[in-house]
Design a protein around this ligand. Structure first.
Ligand code: ADP
Ligand code: ZN
Length: 310
C-alpha cells in the first residue's frame, strides 16, 4: 500500500495526516505551532510512529502559512519568508523536513492546498478557473487559472489588495501592520472585526449592521478578482465566513458592485452562485497537502518544486 504524508502548517497549529493512495486519512494529529525546531520534532515523531504501524510513507506535502520564498535563485528557497512569527522568519521548512523525514517533501501555501483540494474533491470539481479566499486571522487566497495553480514569482497575497473605504468608515484605522486601513486584511479580517467591535466577531449577532460593512469590503475584493481573473467561482472560507448570513450579504453586495457588468456572461448568469462556501471545511488544507505529496512523488526527489497537474 502506498502511503502519503500531509502537513498543514498554520500560525497556531500544525495538522499532520497519513493517507492511502485514495486519500483516505488513516491517522491524524494536531500540534501547537511552537519554535520551528520543536514543531519539526513533533511532526517527525508523529510520522515515525505511524510508519511503525502503517508502513513507510512515500512522500510528504506541506501547505504552510506564508509568506513562502519561492525564488529558486534567492536565499532560503522554499522556506518561510518575512513573517512576524517569532523564530520562523527565514526557516528552511522544506529542506529541514526533507532531511528529518528522509523522503521527498513538496511545499506550497496553505491556501493553494485548500484550493487544490476543493477543485479535486470539493465544491469546485470540474471547474478550471477558481479563486479560494480565506477570511480568518488574516485574509489570503489562492488562484487557479486554466487548471493550473498560479504562483507568479512567489505567490499571491490577495488580502493585501487595496479597496476604497466606505463613506462613514473613515475613523477606523485598520489593523494591517503594513497597509493600515487600505487593504482588505486591514479592514475585514477577524482581528479587524474584533477591533471595531471590542469583542470577538463570533459574539456579534447576525442582525448587527457590522455585517453589512464586512460584506461590502469582501464584495469589493470579489469584484476586483472577477474583473482581473474572470474565474468561474470564488470559494469564500475561513473562520469569519462561519458567521450565519454573511455569505448571502456578500453575494448581494457583489451584485450591486458589479452593476451588471463583467466579461463572462456565464458568470453573470450564475448570479449568486459565483460565490460559494467550501465543501471540505477544516480538511481542505491537509487534503491538498496530501495531493501535493502525490505530485512530488511522481516528479521525483530532485524536483525543486512541483507544478500542480490538472
Ligand atoms: P486562522 O485564520 O487562524 O487559520 P480561522 O480561519 O478559524 O483561523 O479564523 C479565525 C477568525 O475567525 C477569528 O478572528 C475569529 O474571531 C473569527 N471567527 C470565528 N468564528 C466566527 C463566526 N462565527 N463569525 C465571525 N467570525 C468568526
Ligand atoms: Zn495589508
Amino acid at each position: 500500500m502506498t502511503l502519503w504524508g500531509g502537513i498543514e502548517g498554520g500560525g497556531t497549529k500544525f495538522v499532520c495526516a497519513v493517507a492511502d493512495e485514495r486519500l483516505n486519512i488513516l491517522s491524524e494529529a494536531v500540534f501547537p505551532t511552537e519554535s520551528p525546531e520543536k514543531t519539526v520534532e513533533a511532526i517527525a515523531n508523529f510520522f515515525f510512529a505511524q510508519e511503525q504501524v502503517l508502513g513507510p510513507v512515500s512522500a510528504y506535502g506541506v501547505g504552510s502559512f506564508g509568506p513562502l520564498r519561492r525564488d529558486p535563485l534567492g536565499p532560503g528557497f522554499m522556506g518561510i519568508g518575512n513573517t512576524p512569527k517569532a523564530g520562523w522568519k527565514g526557516f528552511a521548512l522544506r529542506r529541514v523536513l526533507q532531511e528529518r523525514l528522509g523522503r521527498p517533501v513538496a511545499l506550497d501555501t496553505d491556501v493553494n492546498c485548500a484550493l487544490q483540494a476543493e477543485m479535486k474533491m470539493g465544491v469546485a470539481q470540474g471547474l478550471r478557473h477558481v479563486v479560494y479566499v480565506t477570511v480568518g486571522t488574516g485574509v489570503g487566497g489562492g488562484l487557479c487559472i486554466d487548471g493550473r495553480i498560479v504562483h507568479g514569482s512567489a505567490h499571491s497575497e490577495l488580502g493585501h489588495m487595496l479597496v476604497p473605504k466606505r463613506p462613514g468608515d473613515e475613523a477606523f484605522p485598520g489593523v494591517c501592520p503594513f497597509h493600515g486601513d487600505r487593504c482588505v486584511e486591514g479592514l475585514a479580517s477577524g482581528p479587524a472585526l474584533a477591533r471595531r467591535l471590542g469583542r470577538p466577531a463570533q459574539e456579534v449577532p447576525a442582525h448587527d449592521p457590522i455585517w453589512q460593512l464586512q460584506a461590502h469590503y469582501l464584495a469589493l475584493m470579489c469584484h476586483n478578482l472577477i474583473q482581473t481573473l474572470s474565474p468561474e467561482c470564488i470559494i469564500l472560507g475561513g473562520g469569519v465566513m462561519n458567521q450565519p448570513g454573511l455569505l448571502a450579504l456578500v453575494r448581494s453586495a457583489l451584485r450591486e458592485s458589479l452593476g451588471g457588468y463583467c466579461a463572462s456572461e456565464a458568470l453573470l448568469a450564475k448570479g449568486h452562485e459565483v460565490l460559494v462556501a467550501p465543501a471540505l471545511a477544516g480538511r481542505a488544507g491537509v487534503l491538498g497537502a496530501l495531493m501535493l505529496a502525490q505530485g512530488v512523488s511522481q516528479v521525483g526527489q530532485t524536483a525543486p518544486h512541483v507544478e500542480w497537474v490538472e
